[in-house]
Design a protein around this ligand. Sequence first.
Ligand SMILES: *Cc1c(COP(=O)(O)O)cnc(C)c1O
Length: 452
Amino acid sequence: MEEILQDAANRASQYLARLDRRSVSPTTDAIDGLEFFKKPLQDTSIDPLDVLAELDEHGSGATLASAGGRYFGFVIGGVLPAALGANILAAAWDQNAMLEISSPIASTLEEVCRQWLLSIFSLPSDAGVGFVSGATMANFAGLAAARHALLANKGWNVEANGLFGAPPISVIVGEEVHVSVLKAMSLLGLGRERIFRVPVDAQGRMLPDALPDIKGPTIVCIQAGNVNTGAFDPAKEICAQVKEAHAWVHVDGAFGMWAAASPALSTLTEGISSADSWATDVHKWLNVPYDSGLVFVRNHQHLQAAMSSSAAYLIEGSKREPSQYVPELSRRARGIEIWAALRSLGRVGLFNLIDRTCNYASRIAEGLREAGFEVLNDVVLNQVLVTFGSPTSTRRVISLIQSDGTCWCGETEWQGNVAMRISVSSWATSEYDIEKSLETIIRIASQESIIV
Ligand SMILES: *Cc1c(COP(=O)(O)O)cnc(C)c1O
């Protein structure tokens, strides 16, 4: 065991040490090298050291360098040193985080993190928290709690009796709703097409005046941090309007909610604390390993009612029972890495991470504008959308940037325009990374504009 762990640690640290010098995209050779893995399972056992060597020699090159400082795709953070270290230790612990008796450490750290996180996000201190696999499942769990509460209020037990014959629930979302919320709707039997979509402004924010009249059990989903622009729905106005009608407000704050950790940015999240449920990611901006997300529900009983299961052999302890708040029973102890990340950063380190990455996004936007390119969004957070002329030339520039390998940015569509999206979400990004990437983007885009 010791030999394999030392070898894994050596390989991992060499991988990370080389990140800065390699192409952010894997090379074509590295992708072609994946052919190595495509063979039938052999009959005989192989030494674990040889297995690891195969993985490293044929696999490491075929990764995206998303753990490095110049990966700006999707909203993907790197991994903080403390979180990576904790992940390795936790893998050795091999804890099942379903119950307190199956892992006292997992249950305790979840409870500690629950309190820390509620304080970071200024949410009610008795809210329920579930440690899920990402914002998709956080949206699912939060909306399941909403479904439970709204129907229980009508005298219907949805967990026992299902949705056939249940009173209908109306769902209101913004035109810019994230697909994961729609997926959650479809999984919950609420339907992804029987929803009301509220028109949005040029930044993707819901127009509160365009909210429909609310009658009967209703869920209103708002967004804290649009996946393209980073914009926030006007939570304060929307909550004030719909709360009178007793609608349930759910916030998809996959990355935007983390703005609450920064004194400079927390005004963006104003009003979200009066919602009923919230979903966020930890593997995005807190830079812990995948998969990690959080659901918060104001009244923890609604989350427990929607998520709990019971069986005679699942003897519950007196403390927090992690599986009462999530869809899964057995799962890995994600709270360990969250604890390590927050413990290492502290409050100041956390807000520095959020502020610094947002400042870098502003710097990129400023540099692109100065070079004559059109930035499509108000850069309020860590997201920048830029076009390089026509859709064809924008796509061509994106593909050239990706194959150049200095940095990596993805393509998106924003209100009818094809755009390149730059998302700065990693602790590992430095000022040098920003300047080098900006220089590369401007060089490639300027050459391409001359050619077209
Ligand atoms: C990323 C994202 C999601 C989905 O999160 P996963 O962790 O990929 O499941 C949902 N909503 C928004 C706004 C996001 O940015």
